[in-house]
Design a protein around this ligand. Structure first.
Ligand code: B1M
Length: 212
């Protein structure tokens, strides 16, 4: 059941209230709510509802965007609580959203969880060309590449990145993990990814286990 603190965050994300969300996230933290509960129950559920409203035709793309901005303002408050700092990096991850895909909230969460798990993060942002992943892996001697896609139309770009990395000489010791709402374990296997994760915390677990 959602407490009142989480309800107000949920409602403010749906309304796209960028000013209220960070204040309400801080208030929930002050009241003792756990950061991952605030994230999963108060915030991610709101974005799921935004998606459902879009599918039903009750919401428009601009509304989706203002909700996303409100969500990101809240995540900025939550970030320090999701990340433990001061540990020696266990490896370097190059992360980005594949070419043609502008969705970065999930990718940002994955980056936060990986950072929390002790990885150094090289975040290439959104709409990233395959070649840019290759260059970043070479320059940073990364052990893990993390690819995110939220659209069925951009999922095929993941295979192009994997091909570019392997053709570019990135050996099997560099592990490639993928995820995003339309991505499945079967798809990951079919395109030769080393790992798949359904959410951000699982991405950190998978990345760690692939390196051990
Ligand atoms: Co867009 N969008 N969007 N959108 N958007 C979806 C994805 C959609 C499902 C909405 C819908 O129609 N119901 C739909 C996709 C349909 C499909 O492909 N089958 C859609 C569409 C169609 C579009 C446009 C084409 C709309 C248009 O212009 N007509 C357009 C495309 C733009 C582009 O990318 N080229 C578009 C645009 C946008 C906005 C820019 C307005 C905005 C994004 C803002 C931003 O990210 N900065 C937006 C939003 C907000 C959404 C929804 C509503 C929410 C996405 C989100 O942030 N969820 C989304 C509907 C939905 O998801 N239900 C939708 C919260 C986030 C925490 O979850 O990103 O899934 P998610 O991340 C999860 C997991 O997937 C996983 O971990 C996270 C949780 O811990 N994960 C990984 C993600 N990456 C991972 C990588 C990993 C492992 C796990 O390993 C490396």
């Amino acid at each position: 059941m959602m407490t009142n603190d989480l309800h107000v965050i949920y409602d403010s994300i749906l309304e796209g209230d960028m000013k209220a969300v960070p204040e309400q996230v801080q208030a929930a933290l002050d009241a003792g709510a756990l950061p991952d509960v605030i994230l999963n129950v108060g915030m991610i559920t709101a974005m799921t509802e935004v998606g459902r409203l879009i599918e039903e035709g009750d919401n428009l793309v601009p509304e989706m965007l203002i909700s996303a901005r409100a969500m990101q303002a809240g995540l900025a408050v939550l970030k320090p609580f999701l990340i433990e700092s001061g540990v020696e990096p266990v490896g370097t991850v190059v992360i980005g959203t594949v070419k043609g895909d502008m969705h970065d909230i999930g990718k940002n969460l994955v980056a936060m969880m990986l950072e929390g798990a002790g990885f150094a993060i090289v975040d290439l942002g959104v709409d990233v060309e395959a070649d840019k992943f290759l260059t970043a892996v070479q320059e940073n001697k990364a052990q893990v590449v993390a690819l995110s896609a939220l659209l069925t139309t951009t999922m095929p770009r993941m295979k192009e990145v994997i091909t570019a990395l392997r053709d570019g000489g990135i050996g099997e010791t560099t592990k490639i993990i993928i995820g995003g709402a339309p991505v499945t374990a079967a798809f990951a296997e079919s395109i030769g990814a080393d790992g798949y994760a359904v959410d951000a915390s699982q991405a950190a677990t998978v990345a760690k286990s692939l390196l051990s």
